[in-house]
Design a protein around this ligand. Structure first.
Ligand SMILES: C[S@@+](CC[C@H](N)C(=O)[O-])C[C@H]1O[C@@H](n2cnc3c(N)ncnc32)[C@H](O)[C@@H]1O
Length: 351
C-alpha cells in the first residue's frame, strides 16, 4: 500500500465520491464502510488502495474497524451519516433510533481520536430546530476536544458543473481555524460537461466519437481508455414527445396547459440548461432531461455532472448505478475540502 501523508477512513462511503476527492488531494484512504453491497463493489473497483467493510455502522465498534485496518493510524475520519431522522426537543436532539447513525460517527471519532474529521450532510441540518441540531453536533465534538466550523458549500464554486449544496462540519483537535476554500473563477456549464457524449448508447469502452470540446472534458478524459456507463434510457413515445416540447433550460411551464400537471412534482419535465451548471441531479427519478437530447442523462453524463472522471466505472444494475452517482459527494468538491483541510493540518503541525 502506498504511504501518503494522511490516513483516512470513510464512513457511509457509498461508491466513494468523497473518498475520491481525498485521494485526488493526496490522502491515503484505508477503508470505506457502508451497508450497501453494490456501492462497495464500485468503491473497491475504483479505489485500488482502499479496503471495504460491509457493515451496519450503528452496530459495529471502533475495535471492529481498527482490526479491519490492522491497527494503522487514522488521521482523518470523513463521511456523511444519513441524518433525515433528526428531531428536536427543547435545546437538544431527541435520543432515538433515528440518529444512531450520526452517533456512530461520533463514536468512531471518539475511538480513533483523528487529527481531523469532515462530516458532510444536507444543508438544512444547520437550520433544523432553529439551529439546535447544529449546536448539538458541535457540542458533541467539542466534548471530544475538537474545534468545529460549519459551512454550506455550492459544488459549482469548486469546478463541479452542478449547483449541488452540502453542509460540512470540519473538526480539528485543539486548534482554532478558518475554513475558507478558494473558489473557481469560471463556473463549468452543463454543455462544457456533456457536449462530447453522443445521443445514443456507446458500447463498453468504445472510443470517444469526437475530440474533447472543453477544458473540463479534457480533464475528465485524462486517464480514460474509452466511454463506459453510457447506455441511454428508452422512454415511451408520449414521454419523448412531451420532453421535445421543452426548450433547453425549460420546465413544465413551457408545456401546453393540458400537459403541465401530468407529473405531480414541481421539478418534473425540467431540461438541464446548457449554459449554466446543472441543477442537482437525483438518484434516477427521471424528472431531469438532457439539455439537447429527448431523454434523461445516462449514468456517464450524470457522473460527469458530479465530476467523476471517465475512468471511474460504476458497477451493478443501471438503477443501482444511478443511485450510487446521485448519492455521492462530487469528487471535485471533496478535493477542494481535502486540500483546504491539508493546509490547516500543516499549520497545526507548525504550531
Ligand atoms: C449519501 S450516501 C454516501 C455517499 C458517499 N459519501 C459518496 O460520496 O459517494 C449515504 C450512504 O450511507 C449508507 N448507509 C445508510 N445506512 C447505513 C448503515 N446503517 N450502516 C452503514 N452505511 C449506511 C448508504 O448505503 C449510503 O451509501
Amino acid at each position: 500500500m502506498k504511504n501518503r501523508t494522511y490516513n483516512v477512513i470513510d464512513l457511509f462511503c457509498g461508491c466513494g465520491g468523497l473518498s475520491l476527492g481525498f485521494e485526488q488531494a493526496g490522502y491515503n484512504v484505508l477503508l470505506g464502510i457502508d451497508i450497501w453491497k453494490d456501492a462497495l463493489e464500485t468503491f473497491r473497483h475504483n479505489h485500488k488502495n482502499g479496503a471495504t467493510l460491509c457493515a451496519d455502522l450503528s452496530k459495529i465498534t471502533g475495535e471492529d474497524v481498527d482490526r479491519e485496518i490492522n491497527f494503522q493510524k487514522v488521521d482523518v475520519i470523513i463521511g456523511g451519516p444519513p441524518c433525515q431522522g433528526f428531531s428536536v426537543a427543547g435545546k437538544r436532539i431527541i435520543d432515538d433510533e433515528r440518529n444512531s447513525l450520526y452517533k456512530s460517527f461520533v463514536r468512531m471519532v471518539e475511538y480513533f481520536k483523528p487529527k481531523a474529521f469532515v462530516l458532510e450532510n444536507v444543508p438544512n441540518i444547520l437550520s433544523i430546530g432553529g439551529g439546535t441540531v447544529r449546536e448539538t453536533i458541535i457540542c458533541d465534538f467539542q466534548r471530544l476536544g475538537y474545534n468545529v466550523v460549519t459551512q454550506v458549500l455550492t459544488a459549482s464554486d469548486y469546478g463541479v458543473p452542478q449547483n449541488r449544496r452540502r453542509a460540512i462540519f470540519v473538526g480539528l483537535k485543539e486548534f482554532s481555524f478558518d475554513f475558507d476554500i478558494p473558489k473557481v473563477v469560471h463556473k463549468v456549464t452543463t454543455a462544457e460537461a456533456l457536449s462530447d457524449l453522443p445521443e445514443g448508447s456507446q458500447s463498453y469502452k468504445s472510443d470517444y466519437i469526437c475530440d474533447s470540446q472543453s477544458d473540463y472534458q479534457t480533464f475528465m478524459r485524462q486517464n480514460s481508455k474509452g466511454v463506459m456507463n453510457h447506455e441511454v434510457t428508452m422512454h415511451n413515445a408520449q414521454t419523448t414527445e412531451i420532453i421535445a416540447m421543452v426548450p433547453d433550460g425549460g420546465n413544465y411551464k413551457d408545456l401546453p396547459l393540458y400537459l403541465q400537471n401530468t407529473r405531480k412534482v414541481h421539478i418534473a419535465w425540467t431540461r438541464l440548461n446548457s449554459q449554466k451548471p446543472s441543477i442537482t441531479i437525483d438518484t434516477g427519478h427521471r424528472h431531469h432531461f438532457h439539455y439537447k437530447w429527448n431523454r434523461v442523462p445516462t449514468v456517464r453524463e450524470s457522473a460527469r455532472i458530479q465530476s467523476f472522471p471517465d475512468d471511474f466505472e460504476f458497477l451493478c444494475s443501471r438503477t443501482s448505478q444511478y443511485k450510487q452517482v446521485g448519492n455521492a459527494v462530487p469528487p471535485l468538491m471533496a478535493k477542494a475540502i481535502a486540500e483546504q483541510l491539508k493546509k490547516n493540518l500543516l499549520c497545526q503541525k507548525k504550531q
